[in-house]
Ligand binder design. Structure first.
Ligand SMILES: Nc1ncnc2c1ncn2[C@@H]1O[C@H](COP(=O)(O)OP(=O)(O)O)[C@@H](O)[C@H]1O
Ligand SMILES: [Mg+2]
Length: 314
């Protein structure tokens, strides 16, 4: 597997001394859909704008297809397309002119056939002579994607492509992104919707306070998602986990009065009934019982909490 984008220990400090990226490293595989997930203010846009050369950075290095984005600026930049978070378009131009013009900005010679195919693929062809101000929000976003793809980049960044769009359009957008993947375009998108990362990404990276706190295959995250935790509080503490309960792989807390059992909600048999009847036949008295979901949401919140604690300690 080839790593098409290598981000190595990037630090970005804004003029007001705010450190928005903190020695952040991340590698992206060619052809994957990577979702950068994080709360508002985490540093997602800063990271994307840095990689795309819109913002400068203070330390570290970045390469696209082995081209350093500073030393080989032109080559690196020509491989990248970006769909920015904000919708800013030349309102009085037509779709056709706008997208062809964007291609020219990258020093590429005109290719009307390519642009025609692109507009058709994005369901924009019948709007090609419309002025941008005549388009709906969703169509404008498609134009932004067309512009970003006008010079045939290998890596496409989408900064919150579905923020403040309705459910229908979001699904449409996911289809567009999936189609691009089929054409072997590498996709990096930012989002603060967990559902979005779950839906379309191959891998998910979680960012907070300018640091990547976790990168994992989405499938693995979902596996963790299907797990629940059962907490069994006993009336009296025990010395150790009884042998009869060994097969349940329980954990005992330091005070030795709470047993925790992790089970798979997607499995046929959770094992809860037999666990509780074993506990009963051992004569242990229960004080309380509770379950916790380890959803991506809670994994996310816990990770963010942990990294905030680290942040506070630093
Ligand atoms: N031009 C700037 N000057 C100072 N701080 C900034 C600037 N732009 C963004 N920030 C700060 O950097 C942090 C990351 O911002 P941003 O990358 O936009 O986050 P995200 O896209 O994840 O919401 C935020 O705390 C934001 O307030
Ligand atoms: Mg942002």
């Amino acid at each position: 597997m080839k790593e098409i984008l290598k981000i190595n220990k990037i630090t970005k400090i804004y003029k007001n001394k705010f450190k928005a990226l903190d020695e952040l490293s991340l590698n992206i595989n060619e052809g994957e859909i990577f979702a950068l997930l994080g709360p508002n203010g985490a540093g997602k846009s800063t990271l994307i704008n840095t990689v795309c050369g819109i913002l400068n950075f203070d330390d570290g290095n970045i390469s696209v297809n082995e081209y350093d984005i500073i030393k080989d600026y032109r080559k690196a930049r020509s491989l990248i397309g970006i769909v920015p978070q904000e919708l800013n378009l030349e309102a009085f131009e037509t779709v056709w002119n706008n997208v062809n013009y964007s291609r020219g900005l990258y020093g590429k010679s005109p290719n009307y056939q390519y642009i025609e195919e692109l507009l058709k693929e994005l369901s924009l062809w019948d709007k090609k002579d419309n002025k941008l101000r005549e388009l709906s929000g969703g169509m404008k976003r498609r134009v932004l994607i067309a512009k970003a793809l006008s010079h045939e980049p290998k890596v496409l960044f989408l900064d919150e492509p579905t923020a403040s769009v309705d459910v229908e359009l979001r699904k449409d957008m996911w289809k567009v992104i999936q189609k691009l993947k089929e054409k072997n375009v590498t996709i990096i998108l930012t989002t603060h919707y967990i559902e979005e990362a779950e839906e379309i990404a191959d891998r998910v990276g979680i960012i907070n306070n300018g640091k990547i706190i976790l990168v994992d295959e989405k499938k693995k995250l979902i596996q963790k998602l299907g797990q629940k935790i059962l907490k069994i509080e006993l009336s009296e503490s025990i010395k150790s986990i009884p042998n009869a309960l060994e097969s349940f792989k329980l954990q005992l807390n330091n005070e030795k009065n709470i047993l925790t059992y992790t089970y798979d909600t997607k499995g046929k048999n959770t094992g809860i009934t037999s666990l509780l009847s074993e506990i009963k036949s051992l004569g242990l008295q229960l004080k309380d019982i509770s379950t916790e979901q380890s959803s991506l949401e809670s994994i996310f919140l816990n990770l963010v909490k942990e990294s905030e604690n680290e942040f506070a300690r630093a």
